[in-house]
Design a protein around this ligand. Sequence first.
Ligand code: NAP
Length: 295
Amino acid sequence: MDREIGFIGLGSMGLPMVLNLLKSNLKVKVYNRTPEKARDAVAAGAQQMDRAADVATVGGIVITMVSNDKALEEVVFEKDGIGKKLGVGGIHLSMSTVSPKTSRKLASYHEQQGSYYVASPVFGRPEAASAQKLFLLSSGHRDAKERVKPLQNALGQQVFDISEEPGGANVIKLGGNFMIMAAMEAMAESFNLAEKNGIDRQLAAEVYASTLFNCTVYQGYGQMIAKKSFEPAGFQLSLGFKDCNLVLDEANSTKTPMPLASLLHDRLLASIAKGRETHDWSALARVASEEAGLE
Ligand code: NAP
């Protein structure tokens, strides 16, 4: 197992992940665009670097966990990016939720440099990241996927090998996020129906989540939607909107009708228009409540 790792992006997800790598006795060099946010990682033993490129060593591994496609391309391609620094045999382990297209572009760029790109988006919120309970998806070159597996195991509870084709893991991740959003909209509408009939929303949530819908998504988000409690955000609505757009882009380019994704897009857009972009993405449920005259 590689003992020295570079890590870029110490946001809600990246920070707890770095703390877990440090707990596994790895040496971690970190870079965050806003340097002050690296304080907790440094206090736990990480070495803070001034430029993204400085976390990379020739032939080493760098994990990225930044917001979106644009941020990911910046930390690779910009003058101070890791692109040219990873060198022959290096691996870029990319855990952000980005489009399959971006993964394919980066995989082909890294290949030209003699390095590898492994897409490894994750399921699980910051609490799951802290508890090493993430689910990780993996796509890319077989040997590179094998080499990063111990690191993935240090960060989560299970790794799913999706494909050699670099965008495969991103397709599965986007499909999963779409299903979460669809479940949130369905819960919002069902709980509204209960409330309109004088039945306690939390009772409705409890019945569903302890019977036919006995799983993490219905249990966790069910409580938030039943209580109409959307702050603080575990996953910001603006990031959910980014993911919904990625789903629709992929649906368009592969000619896959996803009418529900179009509805969810408008729910998220309405939420942003109402100033809720920093709320948890489950706040998309409020639009259905408003339409039902319940707010
Ligand atoms: P976050 O808290 O907003 O953190 C985003 C990170 O990206 C920060 O470190 C930020 O740096 C960095 N960043 C943004 N733009 C950048 C740029 N142009 N150049 C360099 N760094 C940049 O987001 P998060 O919740 O950790 O999510 C990170 C990724 O994981 C996203 O792709 C998200 O979709 C995915 N994800 C999130 C969750 C969740 O529940 N939160 C779950 C699964 C997957 P600054 O500190 O300087 O802003």
